[in-house]
Design a protein around this ligand. Sequence first.
Ligand SMILES: [Zn+2]
Length: 166
Amino acid sequence: MDSNSHLESHQGGCHCGRIRYKFEAPKSVTAFKCNCSMCSKRGNISFSVPKHNFSLLSGESYITTYSFGTHTAKHTFCNVCGITSFNISRSNPHAVSINVNCVDPGTLTHVEILSFDGRNWERTHYLRTKMKEAQLRGDKDNSSNESSDQGYEVGSDVSNSLPQSH
Ligand SMILES: [Zn+2]
């Protein structure tokens, strides 16, 4: 979709406002609820943008990095307010992971949230599909009752879109 791939300018930052950034991304994005031990405790929901579409406006000196385990993933946060507003991925150094909750309101018009718990992914996707079907049924009442009940399908491209930050 052209409207979906058109890049808009967005801004975001941490809670105290010391860390501020801007980035280019579509108005509609798909964000990922990561199930790693860190993100699940943090409730992190994020989406990636190419690094060249991201620029830090302020607060570089307040960014603190936390790592654990293999220390390959670097979890950054503001050392004043504690909020992880973005993350520079190490596994994919060309991408920046943006916390969807830290984007200034108004410019993102639609956010789809996908779960990445491997054990429960199919069930999550199944429920999501059912919700979409219910929405579609509500939108067009005169559907010819064509059965869309082909269950759910595990998209083969899902593993390609796994969050890169861990
Ligand atoms: Zn802060």
